[in-house]
Write a protein that binds this ligand. Structure first.
Ligand code: ADP
Ligand code: MG
Length: 390
């Protein structure tokens, strides 16, 4: 096992998982795999408008240690929670007393529902993707589990189908109505790249993130109280806008058409539509900027995205604005914005690597001075999607 391919974060997780595996199963695992968390660089609240998103996988992972079993049982240990559960592949049932295992059960259910024959296994997981911060620990867990089944059972399953079945597990087994972005990027991400996803066609394209930049995620620690009701309201406002403009979805309206016809919309609908329509364009412009190696242009688009989310879509909050403003003031910051649904959660900034250490200190200090809260800050690189580790 080489420390080069593992890196310090994965090595620390391996120590935890290796110990838990021996304790639980009295044997060494046969193989190791890891699935990353993710952050969306630009393209916010565009997914349910059939639009574009541009996430990157990050170097924080769910690590799994796995061995096959000769029976039809799946035994799972969550090393970080000190929890253990098992289920039979012949009857994949819910276990409300071990809710963390709903994701793995859901993946087994979805793979078998698609006709795949699975083999039983022993598995331990340990993760440094923060839970519930919006970096999608749940998608990392699903995709890791799907890949574990794939390796144990010799399944021919490509990255897209894996992502779609994991989304199905989360939608239909866990009961969380998420889009496709998270499972796609966790399944298909590539080191040094972001992934442009067309949320209508589900086509995707890797886009290089230039060297010398870090993706810095700052967690405000504010949890998103309003998010469900406001999210549903935004969706309705978008549908109303698309319908007045005679389109299937806001994805079909160009910025030019919007400018020409915006007077047909009431003020709130106009603001919501303006965000989504310009955000789709910013995402495509951002892809062009990255392809040109123009990180300054990309950063400016991130800043514009935040302004639009704050003023037109009205899904930011005081804490997110403070964090973004502190980030934008730092030397070496190319751009900064809220990421995720809003009303709390994280910001994402693109920062020149040599400035990252000062960025972390200064932004955290400014945020703490204003709010009394110490934020979590993660300096990340765009990382590979799910993969086996040797
Ligand atoms: P997120 O925004 O991180 O995806 P979710 O609520 O969608 O938040 O998913 C978090 C859930 O994923 C947790 O409640 C737990 O069930 C599962 N999970 C996350 N991290 C771990 C872990 N280290 N071990 C076991 N389960 C985990
Ligand atoms: Mg989740």
């Amino acid at each position: 096992m080489s420390y080069d391919t593992w890196g310090p974060n994965l090595t620390a997780l391996r120590d935890v998982a290796a110990k838990a595996f021996v304790n639980a199963f009295d044997a060494q695992p046969e193989l190791w795999l890891a699935a990353p968390g993710r952050v969306n660089l630009i393209g916010e609240h565009t997914d349910y408008n059939d639009g574009f998103v541009l996430p990157a996988a990050i170097d924080r992972h769910v690590l799994m240690a796995v061995s096959p079993r000769d029976d039809r049982q799946v035994h799972l240990v969550a090393a970080d929670f000190g929890a253990r559960t098992s289920f039979s592949l012949d009857d994949v049932v819910h276990d409300k007393t071990q809710r963390w295992s709903e994701y793995q059960r859901g993946v087994a259910w979805a793979l078998q529902g698609a006709g795949y024959t699975l083999r039983g296994m022993n598995a331990v997981l340990s993760s440094d993707v923060p839970v519930g911060s919006g970096l999608s620990s749940s998608a990392a867990i699903e995709v890791a589990m799907a890949y574990a089944f794939q390796l144990m059972s010799d399944l021919e399953l490509d990255g897209v189908e894996r992502a779609l079945l994991c989304q199905k597990a989360e939608n239909q087994f866990v009961g969380m109505n998420c889009g496709i972005m998270d499972q796609y990027i966790v399944s298909l991400g590539r080191r040094g790249h972001a992934l442009l996803i067309d949320c209508r066609s589900l086509e995707y394209e890797l886009v290089p993130v230039p060297d010398g930049c870090d993706v810095v995620i700052c967690d405000t620690k504010k949890r998103r109280g309003l998010v469900d009701s406001e999210y549903n309201r935004r969706r309705q406002e978008c549908e109303r806008g698309a319908s007045i403009l005679g389109a299937t979805a806001l994805r079909d309206i160009s910025v030019e058409t919007f400018v020409a016809r915006q007077n047909e919309l009431d003020e709130i609908t106009r603001m919501r539509c303006r965000h989504v329509i310009t955000e789709n364009q910013r995402t495509l412009d951002g892809v062009a900027a990255l392809r040109d190696g123009d990180v300054a242009r990309f950063g400016a688009l991130m800043n514009d995205s935040h302004t639009s989310l704050r003023d037109d879509y009205e899904v930011s909050c005081h804490e997110l604005d403070l964090m973004v403003e502190a980030a934008q003031r730092q030397p070496g910051t190319l751009g900064s914005r809220m990421t995720g649904a809003g009303f709390g959660g994280c910001t994402v900034s693109l920062v020149r690597s040599e400035h990252s250490p000062a960025f972390v200190t200064q932004v955290a200090q400014a945020y703490t001075e204003s709010t009394g809260v110490v934020p979590d800050v993660y300096v990340c690189q765009a990382e590979d999607g799910v993969r086996r580790l040797h």
